[in-house]
Design a protein around this ligand. Structure first.
Ligand code: ARG
Length: 572
């Protein structure tokens, strides 16, 4: 059990008695003691009693003697709790024998669908897809580790009117061979050429329109060309996933086209439920509470004026399938913030239609943009959107170069391996360690630095432990008694006991910067320990205890980074 939870469980009955009803004790880490509860402050107004009185009354009733060395009221009515060394050592000893480091598997496994990555066929993945892929990958890893049944869905953009022009262009180029270029990553050239023709050439536009009709009608040659586009693009995306070291694979592609046959039924059912309103020749749903700039109700267009179904109808069909056929109770959509309103409306309509009812719920994990050094949207020198593969390759190259410059004896293969783990890790960590909803600047120097809240800093702390064990020539003894002699080893133990609490919190919020921040605190506490507490030169009992603390740190860093999709290295 984590410490916050333990203290919270001890305070809760006392608070309940004093308040005459359940109260969350709001136990948090604090620089003043180990932990602090400020629930008395929040209660004061409700109970009409001074907060310090409430805090004192809680202290009188709470059973803390076996856990706390001191518990006192401070300031306006905080409870400051300092944990007893004995309790810390006992709890940490419990971690040593636990492969899950104190993190329990869920007692209520859910089916969770995570919709992420979702690039578009015959179009280069942009940095927005990078964020979605990295955040989604962390979500599936964490939820799976906790024991949920996770369904990865890569909602590929593989349908819609642009395919008329793309297929027609492919036909002009002669089919298969040209499509092969796509798998090699030349998506933008292809897309741009098609677009140029479409804009310049009326006859091509006309042919493109008929292609859309042929595609929807299931025309064989057209479908074959379409499949070529999809397959070759998928092949390319898989190489990106491979480079990015994420858990998405071929079987996870479930593109928009997969819902095509369900769309008419979805719209009919909305009609049957009386939710459909014709507007301007289109069929719309007006979910309550959504208004445009002028205050007019906003429509979700489920059937366009030309009779076609678009992006919103597809998302409704997909959602219904996820809660219905798949039986999912948690739907997670990792898509950029510009689509916030789209998802809010889709969820509202799905709720109104009865396709999204408790316990099932949906969350849009929106995210901000990645900015260049100039603080503007990341662009290449030519002003085009940055090619993802180029970005990843640059990260790996820079990290290998740095490794070589620090350690010129490295052979090329070792440098390349370090480059991959550190470069890709740095990209992911820069993303996951910032509040998801914020934009952030892609700053190579900062994210590859061995100092600060970065992947290399954490990876380096891990490698330090491994090197310590190589020098020690032994493993840690998991049943070694822990001795908390110096403040630095005590502080490290407190951090180690925080892992379970953070993971449980992130299970709910999917805010990975909380996990990143925790790992950074842990590595910082470890580095202070490493500096102040001799290990290999210490007397036997201390040596064993310190080796075990180092081992627990390494295991926690490794597991925590693994949940973020980041590799650790034994040497760097
Ligand atoms: N393909 C879309 C895009 O690139 C993202 C799809 C997100 N998922 C969804 N179910 N709508 O913007």
């Amino acid at each position: 059990m984590d410490l916050e939870r333990l203290l919270s469980d001890r305070l809760a009955p006392a608070f309940a008695e004093v308040a005459g009803g359940p109260v969350d004790p709001l136990v948090r880490r604090s620089p003043r003691a180990d932990f602090q509860s400020d629930a008395a402050l929040a209660l004061a107004r409700r109970l009409g009693r001074p907060p310090r009185d409430i805090a004192a009354a809680v202290l009188e009733r709470a059973v803390l003697d076996d856990v706390c060395a001191s518990a006192e009221v401070s300031g306006p009515g905080f409870l400051n709790l300092t944990v007893a060394d004995r309790a810390l050592a006992d709890l940490a000893a419990g971690l040593a024998g636990d492969a899950r480091l104190g993190v329990p598997s869920t007692t209520a496994p859910q089916t969770v669908v995570v919709d992420y990555s979702a690039p578009n066929v015959a179009k280069e993945m942009h940095v927005g897809h990078l964020r979605s892929t990295v955040i989604g990958d962390a979500a599936v890893r964490l939820l799976e580790w906790l024991g949920h049944r996770v369904v990865r869905v890569n909602h590929l953009g593989d349908w819609g009117t642009p395919f008329g022009m793309l297929i027609e262009h492919l036909a002009d180029l002669g089919g298969a061979e040209a499509a092969h270029e796509l798998s090699m990553g030349d998506l933008d050239t292809f897309y741009r050429a098609a677009r140029l023709k479409f804009d310049a050439d009326e006859a091509f536009r006309e042919r493109s329109r008929s292609r859309v009709v042929a595609l929807q009608g299931g025309d064989e040659r057209t479908s074959r060309l379409w499949r070529l586009l999809v397959e070759q693009s998928e092949r390319y995306f898989l190489t990106v996933y491979d480079l990015l070291d994420v858990t998405l694979s071929e079987g996870d592609f479930l593109g928009e086209s997969a819902y095509n046959d369900l769309l008419a039924g979805v719209v009919d059912d909305l009609d049957g439920l009386g939710l459909l309103t014709p507007s301007d020749g289109a069929d719309c749903v007006f979910p309550p509470g959504f208004v445009g700039r002028g205050g007019d109700p906003l429509p979700l267009i489920v059937r366009k004026r030309d009779g076609g179904y678009g992006y919103p109808a597809t998302d409704l069909a997909a959602l219904r399938q996820r809660t219905g056929e798949l039986g999912a109770t948690r739907l997670v959509y990792v898509v950029g913030l510009p689509q916030r309103q789209h998802f809010a409306m889709v969820f509202a309509v799905a709720r109104a239609a009865g396709w999204l009812s408790p316990p099932a719920h949906a969350e849009h994990l929106g995210f901000g943009s990645i900015l260049g050094a100039d603080g503007r949207m990341l662009r290449s020198r030519a002003g085009e959107s940055v090619k993802l593969v180029g970005l990843l390759e640059e990260a790996v190259a820079r990290a290998s170069d740095l490794a070589l410059s620090r350690n010129p004896e490295l052979d090329a293969e070792a440098a390349a391996e370090i480059g991959r783990a550190v470069g890709i890790g740095a990209i992911k960590y820069a993303d996951l360690s910032t509040d998801r909803t914020k934009d952030y600047v892609l700053d190579w120097e900062r994210m590859l630095s061995l100092e600060g809240n970065t992947a290399p800093y954490l990876q380096y702390a891990y490698a330090r432990v491994r090197s310590m064990f190589r020098r020690a020539g032994t493993d840690a003894r998991v049943d070694a008694p822990l001795v908390l002699a110096l403040p630095a080893e005590r502080a490290l133990t407190v951090e180690l006991l925080g892992f379970a609490g953070v993971v449980t919190e992130v299970e709910r919020t999917l805010e990975f910067h909380q996990l990143a921040g925790y790992l950074h605190r842990l590595a910082t506490a470890f580095n202070a320990f490493y500096e102040h507490c001799p290990v290999l030169r210490a007397p036997d009992d201390l040596r064993e205890s310190r080796l075990l603390l180092a081992e627990l740190t390494a295991r926690t860093l490794r597991q925590g980074l693994h949940l973020l999709g980041i590799r650790t290295l034994d040497r760097m």
